[in-house]
Design a protein around this ligand. Structure first.
Ligand code: ADP
Ligand code: MG
Length: 496
């Protein structure tokens, strides 16, 4: 498009949309599946990162191009809703649009194509549901977590890690599951029910375990400091007296409320920690804000600013225990909401980051299966199954709609084809074999088409395909692109 033209119409607009979508799909194609390759993302500052995560790559490609932005939003929402399937979704949109473009070249038009795509989508989803395997939630969770971890560096520990992810997803929602990495060997990964903080008690001699009311405070647990240099010993005594009174007042409150553990976001005066120790109360200091929030959610406590005016409603309830491992840590099991923590020792910083990313996905898909315990066969099998089902349905009477319905079926095969290519296999050969027997899958390691034990949540497949079609359709509907001035200037603040 040249700089001056502000409106791109009709076929030109369509071509621009298809080109952008196709280019973005091309960019992530190579990363699909366990044999997918990494991409190096380099920013203007020369910082770089290796990744094969579709969503991050799409994010990096997000430019001021409006179509690239739309696709990036699609990837983000797939990630948020289904935790997985982002690369699949983008590849599928690219293929649906490419085929639509061909159909238009052959004399079809968007409305007929959209109609055919919608019919085919409904048929594809029917087939996915009919072929879904119901399982016990924990088994489904374990199976899909295994798929998510396979092909990543965490794969060596897949059995244990998948088990931990499944159990964590059984206990808590993904937002309440924390993955905590620290130096060590991943053999020792474990699941802990509750919130874990990597902190020991603030003073020695405190109890190892307590149960009861807990207090969370944001401010430092110490008296107001005197900000003057004082030489007069009497003045010093006076100030100390005031400070002690201040503390005593707070100590009385703590005793009165029967508090068993105190969590301080900031520091703690030694007089305060000694008081807690003598009372048999567990105390922690310098806790991260995000951890404070998790403890608050789990225990039902409010994070208070001033100890002076706390009352019972501000307190939470929990069992708190301290543990001495290579790293001291404490576990908080609240009564308010369920939390879980997976402790993942990792040999290097980089491994820690990779484990974390792999397990985040695994926990997400495991959670989906706890909620909706249906899995489908992956490795390209589910797409071949959907394609076969569409082809077996009664043809549409309108030939343009029918052509588009069949193009949809063909477009599904882009997933097994891409997997086959990632393994260096012949994609036509793979297509023929899978079409003849859709229950098989692409074995990317053995480079053959055979029965595979790769399971994905039905929810991920449904969501990736529906979202590819819905967004593909709305892009196909776009008749012209107007290079507008900022939308906010036109529609005011309400525009989003
Ligand atoms: P996405 O972002 O779409 O989740 P992935 O890179 O995770 O992309 O690849 C997902 C695809 O890889 C799915 O089609 C899935 O069935 C397939 N897959 C996963 N594990 C295997 C495996 N061990 N062998 C073959 N295919 C696999
Ligand atoms: Mg994935």
């Amino acid at each position: 498009m040249d700089e001056d033209s502000k409106i791109i119409r009709g076929r030109d607009a369509q071509r621009m949309i298809v080109d952008t979508a196709w280019n973005m799909a091309e960019a992530v194609r190579a990363t699909l599946g366990p044999r997918g390759m990494d991409m190096m993302l380099v920013d203007r500052m020369g910082n770089h990162v290796l990744t094969n995560d579709g969503a991050s790559i799409i994010k990096a490609l997000e430019t001021r191009d409006p179509i690239a932005k739309i696709l990036s939003e699609v990837a983000k929402s797939q990630e948020q809703n289904a935790f997985d399937g982002t690369t699949t979704c983008i590849i599928q949109i690219g293929e649906l649009l490419r085929r639509a473009d061909q159909l238009i070249n052959d004399g079809s038009y968007p409305n007929a194509i959209i109609k055919g795509y919608r019919i085919a989508l409904a048929q594809a989803l029917e087939a996915a549901k009919a072929n879904a395997i119901p399982m016990e939630p924990i088994d489904a969770a374990r199976k899909v977590a295994t798929t998510a971890i396979t092909g990543k560096s965490a794969e060596d520990f897949v059995e244990n890690l998948a088990e931990l992810c499944a159990r964590a997803a059984y206990i808590a929602e993904p937002s309440e599951i924390k993955l905590l990495t620290f130096p060590g060997s991943a053999d020792d990964a474990e699941l802990i029910e509750g919130v874990v903080i990597l902190k020991g008690a603030v003073a020695q001699g405190m109890p190892e375990e307590v149960e009861g009311p807990v207090l969370l405070m944001e401010a430092e647990f110490s008296p107001p400091s005197a900000n003057v240099t004082i030489a007069d010993p009497r003045k010093i005594a006076e100030i100390t007296e005031i400070q002690n009174l201040f503390l005593q007042n707070r100590f009385d409150k703590i005793k009165e409320l029967g508090i068993k553990a105190v969590f301080c976001q900031k520091g703690m005066d030694s007089r305060a920690s000694q008081f807690l120790r003598k009372q048999g109360i567990l105390g922690f200091k310098n806790i991260r804000r995000s951890d404070m929030q998790r403890i608050a959610a789990a225990t039902g406590a409010q994070v208070i600013t001033d100890l002076g005016d706390i009352n019972e409603e501000d307190l939470g309830n929990a069992k708190v225990s301290t543990h001495k491992a290579a790293n001291a840590y404490a576990v908080i099991e609240g009564e308010s909401s369920k939390a879980a923590t997976i402790l993942i020792p990792a040999p290097t910083e980089q491994a820690a980051e990779e484990f974390q990313r792999a397990l985040e996905d695994a926990v997400g898909v495991a959670y989906l299966c706890v909620k909706e315990p249906f899995v489908v066969c992956g490795a390209g099998s589910i797409q071949a199954t959907m394609a076969q089902h569409i082809k077996s349905q009664k043809p549409e009477s309108n030939p343009k709609v029918e052509a588009s319905r069949l193009a949809f079926a063909e477009s599904l095969m882009i997933i097994p084809q891409t997997l086959a290519e990632s393994a260096g296999m012949d994609k036509m050969d793979a297509t023929v074999k899978l079409s003849a027997n859709p229950s098989l899958g692409v074995d990317v390691n053995e480079m053959e088409i055979k029965e595979m034990e790769v399971y994905e949540p039905l929810a991920v497949v449904k969501s990736a395909l529906s979202s590819a079609v819905e967004n593909g359709v709305s892009l196909l509907r776009t008749h012209s692109i107007v290079m507008a001035k900022p939308i906010q200037e036109i529609f005011g603040e309400r525009a989003d």
